[in-house]
Unconditional design. Structure first.
Length: 145
């Protein structure tokens, strides 16, 4: 257990150093940008000295370490957060899925009832057509007599 605490302490110390480095480079970048803005543009907004940009490009830019603990920490945090939100979403969708299954079952029952009603109505229409034909046949036979 003590080893885990030591490893965690070293990791935290490393992160603090990396954050300090990032702050230093960020301040350097801000001052370089401010210097470029103040020296490179006149009051009309035109570039005064293009050499300023060449001078800036000669300076080494920030390159993150190959084993960037801040990047790893951010990615770990992002993945943990994403896993939790995915789990929450699946939980919500599972509840809705149960509701959806109930709705589908009810709709199937309604469809079955409507099909039965349609069959009965078609049967009644067929009976009415038969009765109508019978009445027409009876009228025709009475006229012929």
């Amino acid at each position: 257990m003590d080893t885990e605490k030591d490893v965690l302490d070293v990791y935290i110390k490393n992160l603090e150093n990396q954050i300090g480095n990032k702050r230093y480079f960020l301040n350097q970048t801000r001052s370089a940008i401010e210097e470029i803005r103040s020296r490179s543009v006149d009051s009309a907004g035109k570039a005064v000295d293009p050499e300023i940009f060449t001078e800036l490009l000669k300076k080494p830019m920030f390159l993150p370490e190959r084993a960037d603990p801040i990047g790893f920490s951010l990615m770990s945090n992002f993945l943990s957060s994403r896993a939790q939100s995915s789990s929450d979403w699946l939980s919500v969708m599972n509840d809705q899925s149960i509701d959806t299954k109930t709705i589908v079952s009810l709709q199937e029952n309604i469809n079955s009832d409507l099909e039965e009603l349609l069959r009965k109505l078609q049967h009644q229409l067929a009976d009415l057509d038969n009765k109508k034909q019978d009445l027409a046949h009876i009228k025709n036979t009475k006229r012929q007599k």
